[in-house]
Design a protein around this ligand. Structure first.
Ligand SMILES: Cc1cc2nc3c(=O)[nH]c(=O)nc-3n(C[C@H](O)[C@H](O)[C@H](O)COP(=O)(O)OP(=O)(O)OC[C@H]3O[C@@H](n4cnc5c(N)ncnc54)[C@H](O)[C@@H]3O)c2cc1C
Length: 69
């Protein structure tokens, strides 16, 4: 069985851990603080992200443009 070490238990680390587990990969999650203290918990407006099969026109570039304007 393969093993990975993931640093950080915010949304990135936890998502990666879940995906790894789905593929049967053993996970060691390392974080100096509990998930409840990560920035991910402060995202009161909901987390924005680009999905591989998301809406037409949705892209990393469009998110950056929104942020710049
Ligand atoms: C107040 C606030 C409001 C926000 N609102 C929104 C919003 O409405 N919508 C949105 O999309 N985004 C929002 N964001 C941004 C969003 O929260 C972050 O982009 C997102 O949570 C990042 O997730 P992450 O897992 O990469 O990082 P984090 O959630 O920050 O997790 C990082 C993890 O790494 C760990 N870590 C940190 N340093 C080290 C180290 N040196 N060694 C080991 N581990 C370490 C931390 O303990 C934590 O577990 C907001 C951010 C803040 C601060």
């Amino acid at each position: 069985m393969k093993s990975v070490i993931i640093i950080g238990s915010g949304i990135s680390g936890l998502t990666c851990a879940i995906r790894c587990a789905e593929y049967g990969v053993r996970v060691l999650l390392v974080s100096p603080h509990p998930s409840e203290r990560s920035q991910s918990v402060m995202a009161a407006g909901g987390i924005n992200g680009v999905l591989p099969n998301g809406e037409e026109g949705d892209s990393v570039a469009s998110h950056i443009l929104l942020w710049l304007n």
